[in-house]
Write a protein that binds this ligand. Structure first.
Ligand code: AMP
Length: 286
């Protein structure tokens, strides 16, 4: 497993792998790796034969009031977690390697951030699509692996790949959870014991939303109300949003019609820690 920080060196190594006929898989991460990330790495190793993991805390996707300065970082710990999982190359650049002139070129999927996290994190998804486009051009992957836990991120990247004709297959991987249901996240370490116990409401709320839809509920407002009520049962939880949107348009629908794929998603604060969760559901016939 080679660890490289230079974008041009990564391009050369991946070009060599491609010339040797290898299918290249990319797993983009911001480090602080947990079992959720490792599940993507394992999927990549099972699907591709040259696996690149990128580790880069991308400053352009953090808002001024967000947690960039305290985001957990432990490159050596991360490398030891992925050692032995079939990773060929770790791309771990510095901010200067990625933005030598500062970021002046942006990639943006217009209008895709009007709902869910978008309104609360202005500029976030533009930062994500820009860094992912750069990673695609540097790592020259055939397949890229993303967690469905970050639902809006996955949907926006999928649209960017489509609209910009990247020759890359995006693969959405299921959310890995703690035994009580809490979605694994690098940010869970910020929670105190009391908050950690209450944080189970996120997974309970999205599970309830999924069940309502599969049981026949077709009114998004009723589903959103049910999610809000479950979150409200945790005394320290502050709901930011609970929404049901179509996965293609990333926009709300009036009624859930059969065959449509929707995602019910929410964001909740515990103190200064913001957590998200979601469930993807294809609406069954009534
Ligand atoms: P991050 O380091 O938070 O940017 O995440 C890197 C990738 O790991 C993204 O594609 C995330 O969606 C994915 N990921 C994060 N948490 C989980 C999880 N609990 N289960 C599956 N994938 C995850």
């Amino acid at each position: 497993m080679q660890v490289v920080s230079s974008p041009t060196q990564v391009q050369r190594l991946v070009q060599d792998a491609r010339a040797g006929g290898h299918v290249v898989g990319l797993v983009p991460t911001m480090g602080a790796l947990h079992s959720g990330h490792l599940s993507l790495v394992e999927r990549a190793a099972a699907t591709a034969d040259f696996v690149v993991v990128s580790i880069f805390v991308n400053p352009t996707q953090f808002g001024p009031a967000e947690d960039l300065a305290r985001y957990p970082a432990d490159l050596q710990g991360d490398l030891s977690k992925i050692e032995g999982l079939g990773v060929d190359l770790v791309f771990a650049p510095s901010v200067g390697d990625m933005y030598p002139e500062g970021p002046t070129t942006w990639v943006e999927v217009e209008g895709a951030d009007r709902h869910l996290c978008g309104p609360f994190r202005p500029g976030h998804f533009r930062g994500v699509t820009t860094i992912v486009a750069k990673l695609f051009n540097i790592c020259l992957a055939d397949k890229a692996f993303f967690g469905l836990k970050d639902a809006q991120q996955f949907l926006i990247i999928r649209r960017m790949i489509d609209e910009l004709n990247f020759s890359i297959e995006p693969i959405g991987c299921p959310t890995v959870r703690e035994p009580d249901g809490l979605a694994m996240s690098s940010r869970n370490v910020y929670l105190n014991d009391r908050e950690r116990k209450q944080a189970v409401v996120l997974s309970q709320a999205v599970a309830a939303a999924g069940k309502l839809i599969t049981d026949g509920e077709r009114d998004p407002e009723i589903i959103q109300r049910a999610m809000r009520a479950i979150v409200a049962s945790a005394p320290d939880a502050v709901l930011q949003y609970a929404e049901v949107v179509d996965t293609r348009t990333i926009a709300p629908v009036d009624r859930l019609s059969a065959g449509r794929e929707v995602v019910a998603a929410l964001a909740v604060f515990f103190g200064g820690t913001r957590l998200i969760d979601n469930v993807f559901v294809t609406v069954p016939p009534s």
